[in-house]
Design a protein around this ligand. Structure first.
Ligand code: FAD
Length: 149
């Protein structure tokens, strides 16, 4: 049963995982208790499937795509671009940047964060975003479309 780093809960942009894993532990335990405690004794692959879906509902899979998009975009920026990006990021309402770093924003809030970030960014930073992120953006949109099917 995948848990912790092996279950993909590592935040793609920050590498943090400990608090998130602990927050997900009750979900994992509840799914296992439900399966093993039922009279049908769900085990093996169906148990794994049930637990995995508990850890990774659709909304969380979509937000992970978004975090991965951030992870793929950042390394494309040079030093000045990275500094400009972080200036704009930490100028956001703390609710958004703290939420992003702690993986606690919904997909809708992540979209709002993106628009605010783009609006607040300096012109060179906007240019960086527009020129550097089309490939990761296309990948994210493709993956989100696959998730929605
Ligand atoms: C420098 C650094 C700083 C970090 N800072 C933070 C932080 O501030 N906040 C945060 O949330 N995260 C942080 N992380 C990430 C966090 O430490 C890891 O994501 C977390 O430890 C993963 O925990 P885990 O239990 O899933 O995996 P691990 O800690 O890797 O534990 C897996 C265990 O399984 C054992 N193992 C592997 N294969 C087998 C096998 N076949 N049989 C038996 N045992 C096996 C390994 O020896 C290991 O003990 C940091 C990581 C690094 C490297």
């Amino acid at each position: 049963m995948a848990v912790g780093g092996t279950s993909g809960v590592v935040h793609p942009s920050t590498g943090y995982t400990v608090a998130r894993t602990m927050a997900l532990a009750p979900i994992l335990a509840a799914a296992m208790v439900e399966c093993l405690g039922s009279t049908r004794m769900i085990r093996g692959r169906p148990l794994h499937h049930r637990v995995w879906n508990g850890l990774w509902p659709l909304e969380r899979r979509c937000t992970r795509e978004f975090h991965s998009f951030g992870m793929e975009t950042l390394p494309k920026l040079d030093l000045k671009g990275t500094m400009r990006f972080f200036d704009a990021f930490f100028d956001l309402d703390p609710y958004y940047w703290q939420g992003f770093l702690s993986s606690s924003l919904s997909l809708g809030e992540l979209l709002l964060l993106s628009f605010s970030l783009f609006r607040n960014a300096s012109n060179p930073s906007r240019l960086d975003i527009v020129t550097q992120c089309p490939v990761p953006l296309a990948r994210m949109v493709g993956n989100l479309a696959l998730e929605a099917i």
